[in-house]
Design a protein around this ligand. Structure first.
Ligand SMILES: NC(=O)C1=CN([C@@H]2O[C@H](COP(=O)(O)OP(=O)(O)OC[C@H]3O[C@@H](n4cnc5c(N)ncnc54)[C@H](OP(=O)(O)O)[C@@H]3O)[C@@H](O)[C@H]2O)C=CC1
Ligand SMILES: O=C(O)C1=NCCCC1
Length: 355
């Protein structure tokens, strides 16, 4: 059984560099990122939320959505494509359905503005849906869902991005890399969380491979003529990624366009048009949450049952559950600091306006 996803393999060289960089304490990284966001026009609230979110990705080794993304956030803010001071509006569309308009701002501040009311709905009804639109999600999804599982809930979330994935057998990019995340409580342990793109790789990992001069795994993408390629630059320059697992990943990507865009009122990935905003990198689309109170299942032993299943999976030979790598790295980096390559740290300090 392979130990790594193609994305993980493609990012490995960069991750190694990062592992050997200058150690930065989590709180210091949050403070540095907060200064960058503030300097580029966000409100204090938005800066605090995005800085914590992005630093958490770096801390947990979510390299494709950690500090690597900061120039992209800045590009979107500078180009006027995203509103760093947006005030989201929250509307109740039923006893267990919240609609959130992020008002062309970042998704996480809009999500957090609605989260308390959403939790009440989940507790009252056993399940609730939150549909966010006009929102820029530029991060991993696990920071959105893991806290629900720590509160005893099961959470699912879906985001669509921008057209860079061809449907199986297709020639034009229709889908985004469209991640989905799932989180469940586990008795006696950390939640089990998976968070994965519907494409062979995240676009972020393709860009890291291009920057570092590494090939991407065969079967990940095609060039502008639709020919298979392992050159990340060919994928980025008019080419596209493929869905993971052929038609099965294609169907997941389709489902995510429906749930995150059609249902929320957000844009489809292929409707994202930032051509009038050079430098913009954050897609403005939608995100859907479905959160369930597992106690409503009435077994009284939900989290024990999940722990039992994980035990079965491990006994059968899977040595690592999704999320375990992140948790181990979190412990390490909170203790030893988050290793940042000197070039990355210099880039961040320059963006923060440090001399
Ligand atoms: N905002 C956006 O629009 C987008 C965001 N993304 C984000 O990019 C990130 C990377 O996505 P992707 O490249 O698909 O993710 P990966 O393929 O790296 O990992 C997907 C999941 O599989 C788990 N996993 C990886 N390797 C193993 C293994 N050997 N055994 C068991 N579990 C394993 C990971 O857990 P672990 O984390 O513990 O390694 C993770 O939960 C995600 O966080 C996603 O949300 C992607 C696309 C668009
Ligand atoms: O890595 C990706 O794929 C993406 N991440 C952030 C939003 C655009 C797509």
């Amino acid at each position: 059984m392979s130990d790594e996803t193609p994305s993980r393999r493609a990012a490995a060289a960069f991750a190694q560099t990062a592992e050997t960089g200058t150690p930065v304490a989590f709180a210091d990284l949050v403070a540095l990122l907060e200064r960058i966001f503030l300097r580029h026009g966000t409100s204090e609230r938005v800066a605090a939320i995005l800085a914590e979110n992005c630093a958490s990705c770096e801390r947990d080794g979510s390299t494709s959505h950690g500090v690597f993304r900061i120039p992209g956030y800045v590009g979107s803010l500078k180009s006027g494509w995203v509103d760093g001071r947006a005030e989201p509006t929250v509307e109740e569309a039923g006893p267990a359905f919240l609609r959130v308009d992020a008002a062309n701002g970042f998704t996480q501040p809009a999500f957090l503005a609605a989260r308390d009311r959403f939790l009440e709905m989940v507790r009252d009804n056993g399940v609730a849906v939150m549909a966010i639109r006009n929102s820029h999600h530029f991060s991993a999804l696990w920071p959105d869902v893991e806290p629900f599982a720590r509160e005893g809930l099961v959470a699912l979330s879906f985001v669509n991005s921008f057209a860079c994935v061809v449907p199986p057998g297709g020639k034009a990019a229709v889908y985004g890399t469209n991640p989905m995340a799932f989180a469940t409580p586990v008795a006696g342990g950390d939640p089990m969380v998976f968070d994965q793109a519907a494409s062979s790789m995240a676009n972020g990992d393709v860009r890291i491979a291009a920057r570092e001069g590494h090939a991407i795994p065969a079967g990940s993408g095609v060039d502008r003529d639709g020919k298979p390629t392992t050159d990340p630059r060919a994928v980025l320059d008019g080419g596209a990624l493929l869905p993971f697992g052929g038609h099965k990943g294609g169907s997941i990507a389709f489902m995510i366009e429906v749930l995150a865009a059609a249902l929320t009122g957000g844009k489809y990935s292929r409707e994202v048009d930032w051509s009038a905003h050079p430098g913009a990198e954050t897609p403005c689309t939608g995100q859907l949450f479905i959160v369930i109170d597992p106690e409503r299942g009435g077994t009284g032993a939900f989290a024990d049952r999940v722990a039992g299943l994980i035990g079965n999976v491990k006994e059968a030979g899977q040595d690592r559950m999704p999320g375990e790598r992140r948790y181990a790295r979190r412990v390490r980096t909170l203790r030893d600091g988050i290793p940042l390559a000197p070039a990355r740290l210099a880039e961040l300090r320059a963006l923060a306006g440090d001399a």
